[in-house]
Ligand binder design. Structure first.
Ligand code: GLY
Length: 366
């Protein structure tokens, strides 16, 4: 069992990581239940995990009520938020209660936001079931829904009270989703940890193939990095937390071009976006070309897209930059970019000219 703490003063919380721990989650949750019925929110693809969790709660004397939502990004909506809040109110949830979010990023973001606003804030616990949620979205308190105008535009910072991570849950995750989550793992190496990038190069394929010890190590390392960054800059005001957006500005444009469809799922967009951010940095003379080549080679080695063609994108640079202009990070007409001086040396650059980016993307497409 590895436990990592997100240090946020009175709102600090533990992240417990252990293979097989879902079946024992009841013992951890019982003190939070305080003798009351626990609400568990999950999606219809996760009823097996739900049964495991409910059995463990029963064994520990905790009654539970499940709210099962439709799977998929469509549930991060005003309509589902309303349904969920009404169901939680019908259950009589109080501010001191802990709602359990059992699922991937969609469930975590939606439940977290519902708990941020329910009775002006109630508690919640994250039990992430996808690699992407285990290494990124379940930690740090970013919660949101999507609207007509874009993704994650309505939300709040609301930290969970506890995160329980069971790497064994990844055994049933489709390989494409596993790979997409792995892009966020490697991202921590690219940001500021060259040795971890080398570890990923050496172990990524075996991790994806199913080695639970390697998965557990990668998750613990990633979560420790994220906990450090969130503790330093909870609300993304100093620039430290913005480092987590490496690959996301380029990636967001590619995802927008595919209509945020299954043609390019988020982690795949992040992988291609990181490759582009490194090649853009190299093209500007900021980063050694061999580092950009090395990032792209690792994505190819594990079956992730390393650029526009591999991501199935044939749009012009101008069109992709237009998608970037709708990015919520746009401020006073400029868009901050995460660029790199090398692998493990990412920094925030607020001086990037969008027409230079468009020219670079046109050259990438040729
Ligand atoms: N996923 C980026 C962040 O949590 O800040």
């Amino acid at each position: 069992m590895t436990t990592i703490t997100v240090n946020l003063g009175a709102r600090s919380y533990p992240i417990h990581i252990e293979a097989g721990s879902l079946a024992a989650a009841g013992a951890r949750l019982a003190p939070l239940a305080r003798g009351r019925t626990m609400a568990i929110v999950t999606d219809a693809n996760l009823t097996g995990h739900l049964a495991t969790l409910q059995a463990s709660l029963t064994q520990n004397g905790v009654a539970s009520e499940a709210i099962v939502l439709p799977p998929g990004e469509g549930s991060k909506s005003w309509a589902t938020l309303e349904t969920l809040c009404d169901r939680l109110l019908d259950l009589g949830i109080e501010r001191g209660d802990h709602v359990v979010a059992l699922g991937g990023g969609v469930i975590g973001d939606l439940v977290g936001f519902a708990c941020a606003i329910l009775k002006r804030g109630c508690q919640f616990v994250q039990i992430p079931t996808s690699l992407l949620a285990q290494v990124d979205s379940s930690v740090g308190g970013k919660t949101a829904i999507n609207t007509r105008a874009g993704k994650n535009l309505i939300g709040a910072f609301h930290q969970p009270a506890m995160v329980l991570i069971d790497p064994q849950l990844l055994d049933t995750l489709p390989i494409r989703e596993l790979r997409a989550g792995y892009a966020e793992v490697v991202k921590y190496g690219l940001i500021d940890d060259f040795a971890f990038f080398e570890w990923c190069e050496a172990n990524g394929a075996a991790l994806l193939a199913g080695d639970v010890a390697l998965r557990t190590h990668a998750i613990a390392h990633s979560v420790a990095a994220k906990a450090r960054i969130v503790a330093a800059d909870e609300h993304e005001t100093t620039g430290t937390r913005a480092l987590l957006n490496l690959g996301h500005t380029f990636g967001h444009a590619l995802e927008a071009e595919t209509g945020f469809s299954q043609a390019l799922i988020h982690g795949e967009g992040v992988a291609a976006g990181c490759a582009l951010a490194f090649r853009f940095s190299a093209a500007q003379g900021i980063c050694p070309g061999q580092d950009a080549t090395r990032v792209a080679a690792h994505w190819r080695a594990v079956g992730l897209p390393d650029g526009l063609a591999a991501a199935g994108i044939s749009a012009t640079g101008a069109r992709l930059v237009d998608h970037m202009r709708h990015d919520k990070k746009m401020a006073a007409g400029t868009l901050p970019f995460l660029l790199a001086r090398g692998i493990g040396q990412t920094y925030l650059d607020k001086t990037v000219n969008l027409s230079t980016v468009a020219g670079f993307l046109d050259a990438e497409a040729r």
